[in-house]
Design a protein around this ligand. Structure first.
Ligand code: F6R
Length: 273
């Protein structure tokens, strides 16, 4: 696992978008695993900007989202399908038929989950998985006590997650659907590369547990410590409780693979460093 700390949320999102763009550029037929949520909005805005300004090409990409609320269809503005269409798919040159989310309206949810796993396999697995982290440590909707070997399935959401996500539902946690379909922790761990993005003070405590705490199903994100190719990009606020901060800073400043990200056209354009 590699932890990279950037000064603020803008710089963290920019670095995440640039890393993801480089993966897309080097593998035209890339299979992307995608997340939703507030953290990703900025990352997707930047990817759209790179598409517009630098011609970042999504035409070969296949995408699989992590999760979808049960009972919300594609035209429901609270569904993750709607979110993805709004924030990314309709703004870049990706073919809609290559974009996949679990169907929260499926009559047979178990069959839908099995079929989703099969579809991921049929494309050769996920090359690059983008992740956020919930305040309860979830990745996807793998709430505490999710098996570290879990596969795509339906999952009840914790009250904490309902509170975290209620802004999109008029601020009322009771309006957040109680269940969702989500890729499992085991599914996520099979991606060839994983990039988790965390910003803001509200993520500091959970990030400490996920990165420097023991591997436990109480914090699903801690399972990423087992992943052979995992990068965490966070801002100073989310990193504020990490014990190894100095070392993580050193990595970004000194490791050759990060050197090309110390400057760049879009970063200059946005006044970031
Ligand atoms: C959503 C998902 C979730 C979010 C997490 C963080 O598809 O996978 O795990 O990434 O809840 O959400 P934000 O960014 O809104 O704090």
């Amino acid at each position: 696992m590699e932890v990279i700390i950037r000064p603020d949320a803008d710089a963290a999102a920019l670095l995440a978008a640039r890393v993801m763009a480089d993966h897309i550029r080097t593998n035209w037929r890339i299979v992307l695993g995608l997340a939703t949520g507030r953290t990703m909005e900025q990352v997707y805005d930047l990817l759209c900007e790179m598409h517009k300004q630098e011609g970042l090409d999504f035409s070969g990409c296949v995408t699989f989202n992590l999760d979808e609320y049960i009972g919300l269809g594609a035209t429901n503005p609270h569904s993750y399908r709607y979110y993805m269409n709004q924030h990314l798919f309709s703004r870049v040159n990706i073919e809609m038929r290559r974009t996949h989310l679990p169907d929260g309206m499926a009559k047979d949810l178990k069959a839908e989950c099995r079929e989703y796993e099969d579809r991921i396999k049929s494309y050769g697995g996920i090359d690059f998985q983008l992740l956020g982290i919930g305040v309860d440590g979830h990745i996807g909707f793998n709430e505490p006590l999710s098996s570290l070997r879990s596969r795509t399935r339906d999952k009840a959401l914790t009250p904490e997650t309902a509170r975290q996500n209620c802004a999109m539902f008029g601020g009322d946690p009771n309006k957040v659907p109680k269940r969702a379909l989500t890729m499992g922790v085991g599914t996520i761990l099979e991606a060839r590369h994983v990039l988790l993005v965390a910003t803001g003070e509200s993520k500091a405590e959970v990030l400490l547990k996920a990165i420097e705490g023991p591997i436990t199903s109480m914090i699903s994100a801690s399972a990423l410590q087992l992943h052979p190719s995992c990068t965490i990009i966070c801002d100073e606020a989310a990193a504020s409780k990490l014990q190894g901060k100095d070392y993580y800073h050193w990595i970004f400043d000194n490791e050759p693979e990060w050197e090309k990200y110390h400057s760049g056209p879009l970063m200059t354009l946005m006044g970031k460093n």
